[in-house]
Design a protein around this ligand. Sequence first.
Ligand code: ADP
Length: 499
Amino acid sequence: MTLTSSLSLLKTEGARRFITQRHRMRIGAEWTGAVSGKSLDVTDPATGQLLARVPAGDEADVDRAVRAARDALEGPWSKMTGLERGKLITRFALRLEELADELAEIEAIDCGKPVGYAKQIDVGLSANTYHYMAGWASKVNGETVNVSTPGDFLAYTTREPVGVVAQIVPWNFPLVLTAYKLAPALATGCVAIIKPAEMTPLSTLRLAQIAEEVGFPPGVVNVVTGLGAKAGAALAEHPGVDKVAFTGSTGVGKMVARSAIESVKRITLELGGKSPMVVLPDADLSKAIPGLASAIFFHQGQVCTAGSRLFVHKSIYNEVLDGIAAEAGKLKVGNGLNAETTMGPLVSSLQLERVMGYVEQGRKAGADVVIGGSTIGSEGYFMQPTILANTTPDMSVVREEIFGPVLCAASFGDEDLDRVAAQANDSSFGLSASIWTNNLSAAHKLAKSIQAGSVWINMHHFFDPGMPFGGYKQSGWGREQGEEAIRAFTEVKSVVAAL
Ligand code: ADP
């Protein structure tokens, strides 16, 4: 294997040892290659060089994983109390915190993230999600019900684990989006088969080692690496899988839902977004401008909730665009493992090509390129933060999810708030939105009328384990995080006794 230049930038011995080891999937009690013997290359997005190889799991491996998971579901795991499961989840969360530097480096090198953000957000939010869900493990209760049928009855509900859960995760936030699925699965007594994205499987494999180390019984946390069209599709189709928790593109999410319907699996989908940011004339621009810039440029815009459509009142439109351009100018683009980097590469050459294709479409459709619009250098997959101004609702850059550092900006006039909300809602997506104003009444009126699963006021990108997360319209089905996640990983049983 070629030693890439990024490997030499690693500071933790743990990350170096892990990345350069021979990678195996975790199925039941085994660390194993694919039945086919095939493997997949994992590329370092900062250099374009080979970083690691992982097994290319397919139907045969998924089948093994489903059997191991089912055995675990009926084994000692099912006898543990919620409190005992909660203690294990806490131990897991604490271990992630202890290993934060190493995990952050693995995530940074694999995804092309600034390592400081990876530590704070990817590892920090993941660990907090496990801590939060550990508390729920002992509180998964049913209720007694006063039935309406005359007579003497004792009626109550219980919540049971939904069973074997396939967790299909994308490449932008592997640790976090796994935590959103794995933490409630463990809290409710389910068992998991995680399928990380083919481009970024490394942190998930490390997670499975940590799960083994802290004492989760074999078969509770399985990881099958492989292509989406092979391993992912096999999981969505497998009759032994009870639920699919999917995060990824809307197109693939629809395919997963179609496959899953065959055996009427439970499904949650967290899909694409095209999140609007509405800036009213009284907004505090000293806070709004850096907030808006980070909403679109954070993680190179490869975030499902990226603030990608900006609507600004005409009286402050130029000032806001100039301000965001100035913020973009402060970004330090480079290898995520360098401490000073604040913007890394895009994840792959294909992604870079797709995003640049959108910039070209925007240009041709008449948008003004205020800043950026070009790739950077010849090594790795870097591009400039980009602002397209005077975009209109019919442009593909406004309608489709770009998943790159490209902001589409437009102004509005003195129309009423309903008209402004209608512009924000003119999208097939409805994942998140932000509103920037000091007018309390306007803020909450807009929060009510904007169709989005998360609405943020005077900020963007607020994630908390207690706040439900998911989308309206084509942004998804169901919610992750909070008590909603506990519901989504349990079946309700109604029990009635005639007394
Ligand atoms: P993104 O655009 O973020 O990569 P994708 O929807 O392509 O989103 O991928 C998200 C996850 O879905 C990845 O783990 C990928 O391997 C998986 N995936 C891709 N195609 C399929 C498929 N046909 N069936 C199931 N999973 C898939």
